[in-house]
Write a protein that binds this ligand. Structure first.
Ligand SMILES: [Zn+2]
Length: 348
């Protein structure tokens, strides 16, 4: 090993583990590295690693045009975890009202999954009641167009060790596809000069799941991106963060010199997706949720946002430092975007 490669390896190594404790990949941060605060703030959390290593990057920086025009304003209401029990139904309604009553009203709503409290290991009758509350609340309290991702908690039975339900027509993702009226579990659409790709992050494994695209979906994603004109900007929606910072504070553990992050908290195929986005410089924004914490980072010209949870700590108040919240995202004609978090009155 050369001195240089040893330096690289000692700078970058932390471990990401599969749910069953199998290492997924390793990356460690040298605890003795001393970044200047100014450089850190300029480069962004992960970007600073690239600059410290002097890695040559051809990614276009996110430059904001002084003449940019806003083309779309979206409210991002996610991880609602609705259920019949209070305060979930009126809390969900309060978030919908707060978003629709903003002085600068959004054009539409994005929801990146975990619509209902749980269907991964919940009896069918309870799941049906949760979907009932979801649909009746939207029918009565929302007048905006809505776009949905499937979250892990929207998938019925995947953590239940009952062979009998595998043959039920509602088993797995199909029930969520029907309730959310999706054309497919992953899909894309165009809106106001942007192209939006909605992914299905949840990859079921035996009685559990990880965050990863199956081969069929990854091939579709490659094909879909190849058909988008380079002048059209792309936003990717996924339930689970492709790259995130808050994942380090959501059950990740430091053991010895390494971080251990679950493969169900951040996309296990993040490097593969990052490499694909690097080939398509019009990919500008990735939206996610799942962690119920808020973070924002930029890496190789792509902004990654994890926008908290409408239910906060599953309708029990604040989750770590983050009360129940939703976000608004303004999309501009130069590929830039602005994100704002709104802490609404969920007890209203
Ligand atoms: Zn989730």
């Amino acid at each position: 090993m050369s001195a240089f490669s040893f330096l690289i390896e000692s700078l970058l190594r932390f471990k990401i583990y599969h749910f069953d404790n199998t290492p997924l990949f390793t990356l460690a941060v040298n605890p003795y590295m001393n970044f200047s605060r100014k450089k850190f703030l300029q480069a962004g959390t992960l970007g600073v690693l690239g600059s410290a290593l002097s890695l040559k990057s051809e990614a276009e920086p996110l430059i904001v045009s002084p003449k940019r025009k806003r083309v779309l304003r979206v409210a991002h209401l996610t991880d609602i975890h609705v259920q019949p029990a209070s305060p979930a139904p009126h809390g969900f309604a309060a978030a919908l009202h707060a978003a629709q009553n903003l002085a600068d009203k959004p054009d539409m709503i994005f929801s990146t999954g975990d619509c209902i409290m749980d269907s991964m290991s919940t009896h069918k009758d309870t799941v049906a009641k949760e979907w009932e509350v979801w649909n009746s609340t939207l029918k009565n309290e929302n007048s905006l167009e809505m776009v949905h991702c499937i979250g892990n908690h929207d998938i019925w039975g995947i953590t239940m060790p009952h062979a009998t339900i595998v043959h039920d027509k509602h088993y797995g993702k199909q029930w969520a596809v029907e309730e959310l009226k999706l054309k497919h579990r992953y899909y894309s659409f165009d809106k106001n000069g942007w192209h939006f790709i909605v992914l299905d992050s949840t990859y079921p494994v035996t009685f559990s799941y990880i965050a990863q695209l199956d081969d069929e979906q990854f091939e579709w994603l490659k094909d879909d991106l190849s058909k988008v004109a380079p002048s059209t900007f792309v936003c990717v929606l996924s339930h689970i963060p492709i790259i995130g910072v808050s994942v380090f504070f959501d059950g990740a553990k430091v053991k010895g010199n390494c971080w251990h992050v679950s493969g169900s908290d951040m996309h296990r195929d993040a490097a593969k997706l990052k490499n694909l986005f690097y080939q398509h410089k019009n990919v500008k924004l990735c939206l996610s949720s799942h962690i119920h914490l808020v973070d924002q980072l930029e890496y190789l010209g792509v902004k990654y946002l994890c926008n908290g949870a409408v239910c906060g700590a599953w309708w029990a108040g604040t989750n770590q430092e983050f009360p129940p919240a939703f976000a608004t995202i303004d999309f501009y004609d130069d590929g830039s975007s602005e994100n704002e978090i709104h802490y609404y009155d969920w007890k209203a």
